[in-house]
Design a protein around this ligand. Structure first.
Ligand code: UDP
Ligand code: MG
Length: 309
């Protein structure tokens, strides 16, 4: 039997992109002579016409599958649903907005056939991406790589091919808060990178608001590492050292001068400063506590409303 391929596409309000992506994938796979494939659209609670467009496609082409969620669960959960259901010997995940060019698929397949078990992609310096996204993304990768044990390449995208062996391992991860880039970086296997230049988003707006990006970043960092919890130890020691120096200074003032009751300003300033630091540290602990809470509730990753799988 010929090898089979699954392509999974998280889709959230992408009615203007669904068909074009299908056509491009079809053309690329035809040229490659790949006939045995499934294209799984994971409809992540779209409120536009995405789902009806996907359904129509699936009626005309039985290789088009869909999993439709009961509400919006988020990009990473949509990826998880795709991986849970994909049957291919190789599984490729890509965005619906055509920023991940289907024209790269042949090269991915070639590397997989040559033995790579993970082919991940890295964005080259991009023209199609706003300066804001560039800066926040640079900062995010810098921070996460300072924290986590397994580095994630700067600009890594959720456009990748996984061998079915890797998919099987990923499916065993029980965690509720998902961050695939971190999980893949730490999973091992033979990995290869491909650099690509993303296209401009074909239709519609980015689905990652600043708020979603921030919570994605916090989730990513705190699910790859427990290091932020140790901040308080370093910062606490540093502040204790400063307090010690200041104490010596205060003693000198009272012993050698007559200005003993100086500056309430410095007291207020240090109280406010230390208060701020404490709140920050409590916040960090809170994030991890929230994670434990989420894991202990053990709710499903996503709820499927309709599927043709
Ligand atoms: N997406 C999703 N659920 C969400 C947000 C995004 O399934 O809650 C999908 C979206 O439809 C797209 C992919 O995830 O296929 C990446 O989103 P987007 O292109 O908006 O992100 P960006 O490329 O701007 O980082
Ligand atoms: Mg995009």
């Amino acid at each position: 039997m010929s090898t089979s391929l699954s392509i999974i596409v998280p889709t959230y309000n992408e009615e203007g992109n669904v068909v074009l992506l299908y056509e491009q994938i079809l053309e690329v796979l035809k040229q490659e002579g790949v006939e045995n494939f499934e294209l799984i659209y994971v409809n992540d609670g779209s409120s536009d016409g995405s789902f009806s467009v996907i359904k129509k496609l699936s009626q005309n082409d039985l290789r088009v599958k869909y999993i439709s969620f009961s509400r919006n669960f988020g990009h990473q959960h949509a990826l998880k649903a795709g991986l849970d259901h994909a049957l291919g010997d190789a599984v490729i995940s890509m965005d619906a907005d055509l920023q991940h060019p289907p024209q790269l698929i042949p090269e991915m397949l070639k590397r997989w056939k040559e033995g790579a078990q993970v082919v991940y992609t890295v964005r080259a310096e991009e023209k199609g991406i706003s300066w804001f996204k560039k800066i926040t993304s640079k900062g995010f990768y810098w921070l996460i790589n300072k924290m986590s044990e397994y580095p994630i390449v700067d600009g890594a995208a959720d456009f990748r091919l996984l061998d079915k062996k890797v998919v099987a391992e990923i499916k065993r991860y029980p965690e509720k808060e998902l961050f695939f880039r971190g999980m893949i970086a730490a999973i091992g296997f033979r990995q290869e990178a491909m650099v690509f230049t993303p296209n401009k988003r074909h239709s519609g707006q980015t689905k990652y608001s600043v708020k979603k990006m921030a919570s994605f970043a916090i989730a990513g960092i705190t699910s790859s590492s427990a290091k932020p919890l140790y901040f308080s130890i370093y910062l606490g020691s540093f502040l204790a050292f400063l307090a010690f120096l200041y104490g010596i200074y205060a003693i000198c003032i009272s012993v050698f001068t007559d200005d003993a009751i100086t500056g309430w300003t410095s007291i207020v300033a240090s109280v406010v400063f230390i208060g701020g630091i404490q709140l920050l540290m409590i916040g960090i602990i809170g994030v991890y506590l929230g994670k434990i809470f989420k894991e202990s509730k053990n709710r499903p990753h996503y709820i499927v409303d309709e599927t043709n799988l």
